[in-house]
Design a protein. Structure first.
Length: 381
């Protein structure tokens, strides 16, 4: 009931934001929206040039709305393709009604002619609210899944989009879905075959301070349900140090500090703590020089893939095939380690079994054992 009432308040805020007339714009304007998370952005960002320079947007001023979480990455490469970028603080957008009103009001007053939303797991309360606030003449999106829509919200996006890319056969790796959407919008074949990101213009002295051979440990996650036990990280890290003498470099954001602190307190070998001390570009350089990354299912895995860093990732089967396993033609050193129940379903090749893992599932990450992880590491290193 509380969630339903919150939705009604959001709807009222949107109605208020749409009040009044808008000034006519001398220049036709288009907006591209990307408000999901770091991993989603990484698997999409290579298509920015093709989207912004396509025939559909010729003569348009193209602007961007993005999640602040990946702003530092966007500014390195994507920014130059847009005339303006607007940054969404998602937590404030969901909790501060004045901020929400102002944001939606500003979108409405911009008078965009075309709005493109490349998000598959669209949300009625975030990106679709922004699309609705734009009142754009042309709106383009893709047929969504049900992950971020409550059952009673399903009618919200009825006729919201003038053009919808049809659903693809499942499972499909997110990069390929983004490629298909780019081709849908541009009406041309995309020339992008894998995610790419140039690190030549990143300047940081952090990697130069890491004198020893090292591996990166990323023990935190923005979701409390997406956590591997600290003692498991410690045991696997013990193996990497005792076998290879690699120093553990602990990374994470400010929100990851409790998990990183717990790891450092329990780990008895040499360690370097970079928690909350790196930007995303810094982290790319750290990962570039690392022997490997040990992490749960977070955006750090996709960052590592951009710089060809070997990854041993802990997954529980959620959204199987969408974000992992990585297709070999994109990266052959992103090793996804799953609970036995997932491996069994894959081995049987039963599509109906795999479709059960299309959304987030509640299989504990601890179901991936230390023994299984170390055995996997021995196989690949």
């Amino acid at each position: 009931m509380l969630n339903f009432l919150k939705g009604l308040i959001y709807d009222l805020i949107l109605l208020l934001a749409l009040a009044g007339r808008r000034k006519k714009s001398d220049t036709p304007k288009a907006l591209i929206i990307r408000t999901d998370e770091i991993g989603d952005f990484i698997l999409w960002q290579s298509f920015i040039p093709e989207l912004t320079q396509c025939h559909l947007l010729k003569g348009y001023t193209v602007e961007f709305v993005g999640n602040t979480s990946f702003r530092t990455l966007f500014n390195l490469q994507g920014k130059k393709f847009f005339s303006k970028s607007v940054w969404l603080h998602k937590h404030a957008f969901k909790t501060n009604m004045y901020y929400r009103f102002q944001f939606l009001r500003n979108i409405y007053l911009e008078r965009y002619d075309i709005v493109i939303n490349p998000i598959y797991s669209r949300s009625k309360r975030i990106d679709d609210s922004i699309v609705k606030a734009s009142k754009a003449r042309v709106t383009i999106g893709m047929f969504r899944n049900k992950e971020n829509y409550a059952g009673y919200e399903n009618i919200y996006d009825f006729k919201l989009y003038k053009q919808l890319m049809p659903e693809m056969d499942k499972p499909v790796f997110e990069f390929y879905r983004n490629k298909a959407f780019t081709e849908f919008v541009t009406a041309t074949k995309s020339l992008i075959n894998k995610p790419e990101f140039s690190i030549e213009n990143i300047h940081s002295d952090i990697p130069s301070k890491l004198f020893h051979d090292y591996f990166v440990v990323f023990p935190g996650s923005r979701s409390a349900q997406r956590i591997w036990p600290t003692e498991n990280f410690v045991e696997v890290s013990n193996y990497l140090y005792e076998k290879y003498k690699w120093v553990a470099v602990v990374c994470g954001s400010g929100a990851d500090q409790p998990y990183c602190k717990a790891f450092i307190e329990e780990y008895q070998h040499p360690v370097k703590n970079l928690t909350n001390k790196t930007t995303l570009p810094d982290l790319l350089l750290v990962l570039k020089q690392a022997k490997c990354l040990l992490s749960v299912d977070t955006g750090s895995i996709h960052l590592a893939a951009l710089v060809n860093c070997t990854v041993f990732g802990i997954f529980n089967g959620s959204q199987y095939g969408r974000f992992a396993p990585y297709p070999k033609e994109i990266a052959n050193n992103i090793i996804a380690v799953y609970p036995d129940i997932i491996d069994d379903a894959v081995a049987k090749g039963n599509e109906n079994d795999l479709l059960k893992y299309e959304y987030v599932v509640n299989i504990p990450y601890a179901s991936v054992t230390v023994l299984k992880m170390i055995t996997t590491i021995k196989k690949y290193l």
